[in-house]
Design a protein around this ligand. Structure first.
Ligand code: MN
Length: 202
């Protein structure tokens, strides 16, 4: 499948006129370490968007409660459409009336590696059982992404695996609420990047 086709749903859902989100271009899979990012998204319901680079796009899941460093906290992760690679740096305000309207911050960013020895990350996702080592500014160590449901609307669980870096009782989303990219809170980004102001002042 061409990457352009992979981004069809992303593009179909959005109007890029007056919307600061990246339009997304076709991209060859990079040779660097694959990108890991979690964006905190203050849409109609506050949630966290986990994105992992695979085959030229960012595979994406919405995690309503956000991640945890506690292996006993297995967090529901709902698959969403593939996003373009450049979305990993997007921090700003999606204007009212647009898909996903609300403020987005880069809550955590870094790289990850596939820890399955016998298959690629993409293959492990197709099998519904991935394990990765995350090297973010906030999340570190081994995590699992496991598909639990069947059919058209599968559910996944995203959780810290026991061992290195695990921290029972930790509440990393409350302890470290702000952007890993700019240090700003959701409120500061909402104020500073109000699209109405940008229109007025360029
Ligand atoms: Mn979202």
């Amino acid at each position: 499948m061409k990457d352009q086709d992979k981004l069809k749903e992303y593009k179909d859902k959005r109007d890029f006129e007056g919307n600061p989100e990246p339009e997304g271009k076709e991209k060859n899979p990079s040779e660097d370490e694959p990108i890991y990012v979690i964006q905190k998204h203050d849409a109609s319901n506050l949630h966290y968007d986990l994105r992992l680079e695979s085959e030229g796009v960012l595979k994406s899941w919405a995690v309503p409660k956000g991640p945890s460093m506690d292996p006993d906290e297995k967090r529901l992760a709902i698959p969403t459409e593939d996003h373009p690679i450049e979305y990993a740096d997007f921090e700003g305000v999606i204007p009212e009336g647009h898909y996903g309207a609300g403020t987005v911050i880069v809550w955590d960013k870094g790289y990850f590696e596939n820890t399955k020895e016998d298959k690629s990350f993409d293959e492990s996702l197709k099998d519904g059982h991935s394990t990765i080592r995350i090297m973010g500014q906030k999340l570190k160590g081994k995590f699992a992404l496991i598909r639990t449901g069947k059919g058209d609307n599968p559910r996944w669980l995203f959780f810290k695996m026991k061992g290195e870096e695990a921290e029972s009782g930790s509440n990393i989303t409350e302890e470290q609420p702000n952007s890993a990219k700019t240090g700003r809170s959701l409120e500061e980004v909402a104020e500073e990047e109000d699209p109405a102001d940008i229109e007025k002042f360029g």
